[in-house]
Design a protein around this ligand. Structure first.
Ligand code: TRP
Ligand code: SF4
Length: 405
């Protein structure tokens, strides 16, 4: 059983299976994942059940879209050697935890999640007055809690889902973390730490509880993490005892807000499939060049000799993502004085995008030519994920009274 002590370094995130990814996904999410995978134990998965909550009438090829998306993750540099990659529906433990959590989740909590009403309004063409869609955030909570994750990298729109996850975890621990002999177990655990450490722990706990000293809480947690003589269960008890008198069975995760610069699309709006303004990660070089060359520019630059204003041009935000300062100065100067032409200006962006995409295209080709590699990555990821998920579920079933003695 993994301990609360290690959960701080565990990261979980999911993506709905949208098929081929584009530069918006890369700059908005994947670059962040790729960075996190080196410092955290990462679980990244395809949220295929979540796709069904909105597109149940016409699911299309969810499996194919999941596959293409995973190939793009790998192509972009998500490393299956450091991160665990899998598909949600292949780890049915998520569903069992979702069911068990549903028992304790007040309806009002789900009805109040902002995305519930928003999405119903926005996705008018789908009837989202379903049990499954109401449960969307709770399924997400199960995805996160089953790995006892400390952090969840998400965009702004998902923060409310992490928040409800915290509330559900708190409620769960409150109901099922109250062992009848909790205080006695705490005392027993403290004795195993030795006199000095036990008294240090007690002092720190008192400082936190009486004076709200957050630093004392941090130090106490670090102290627990460094203890070699106590079991995982005891460590969780002592973690829980710091803040109250429950054992932390499902730790509360933190959102890790991805402050991604919104990737501009080809028309100046945010890059998104629904605006049809994307460059795919596996776009062919000719197509990349063509798409950028035909981008609209400042409408004032009708002729080459007309000066323009980068602020009014959809190409300019791409320079913000891709160009160094010298190039950007060159653009401002050349555009406003009609010193450069738009094609010249776009050429810099084209080159940068090509350079970024070339290695991805190559890696994607390796994987599509040898799909067994992808299958292996997913099979191994699923196994690793299930091992951890089973551990959490064993404890959840036990504290909920489901295990025959
Ligand atoms: N709802 C998330 C989204 O639309 C996807 C998701 C499902 C997720 N389960 C998750 C994200 C767990 C983070 C953690 O982007
Ligand atoms: Fe846009 Fe560059 Fe043309 Fe100016 S020179 S209008 S920034 S493409």
């Amino acid at each position: 059983m993994s301990s609360v002590a290690t959960q701080n370094s565990r990261v979980v995130s999911g993506m709905r299976p949208t098929g081929h990814l584009h530069l918006g996904h890369y700059h908005g999410v994947l670059r962040n994942w790729i960075e996190l995978q080196h410092s955290y134990e990462c679980f990244f998965f395809v949220a295929d059940w979540h796709a069904l909550t909105t597109h149940y009438e016409n699911p299309g090829d969810i499996a194919g879209n999941s596959w293409d998306m995973v190939v793009d993750w790998l192509a972009a540099g998500v490393d299956p050697g450091s991160a665990t990659l899998f598909v949600q529906s292949r780890v049915p433990e998520h569903a069992e935890l979702h069911l068990l959590l549903s028992m304790i989740t007040p309806l009002g909590w789900l009805e109040r999640v902002p995305s519930y009403k928003d999405q119903q309004e926005k996705l008018r063409e789908h009837d989202l007055a379903t049990y499954g869609f109401l449960g969307y955030p709770l399924l997400q909570s199960a995805d996160i809690l089953i790995y006892r994750a400390g952090s969840v990298p998400v965009g702004e729109d998902q923060v409310a889902h992490v928040e409800i996850t915290r509330e559900v975890a708190r409620r769960f621990n409150y109901f099922y973390g109250r062992e009848p002999d909790f205080e006695a177990n705490v005392e027993r655990a403290l004795r195993k730490m030795g006199r000095k450490n036990a008294s240090l722990y007690r002092n720190l706990r008192r400082r936190y509880q009486e004076q709200g000293d957050e630093e004392a809480l941090e130090v106490a947690r670090a102290l627990l993490e460094s203890q070699q003589n106590i079991s995982v269960g005891d460590r969780d008890r002592l973690f829980g005892y710091l803040e109250g008198s429950v054992k932390v069975i499902l730790p509360e995760p933190q959102p890790l807000l991805t402050e991604a610069p919104k990737m501009p699309g080809l028309d100046g709006q945010k890059m998104s499939k629904s605006y049809n303004n994307t460059i795919a990660l596996r776009e062919e070089p000719d197509e990349v060049a063509k798409k950028i060359r035909t981008m609209p520019t400042d409408p004032a630059r009708v002729r080459r000799k007309d000066p323009g204003d980068p602020e009014k041009c959809p190409v300019w935000p791409l320079h913000q993502v891709y160009s160094d300062e010298a190039t950007r100065d060159w653009v401002v100067e050349g555009c406003t004085s009609a010193g450069i032409g738009c094609l010249e200006c776009k050429q810099c962006v084209i080159e940068q995008v090509q350079e970024e995409l070339a290695p991805m295209r190559e890696r994607a080709r390796d994987y599509t030519e040898d799909p067994a590699q992808v299958r292996t990555v997913l099979a191994e990821g699923t196994e690793a994920a299930r091992d951890m998920a089973r551990d959490t579920l064993d404890e959840v079933r036990r504290v909920m009274g489901l295990v025959q003695r």
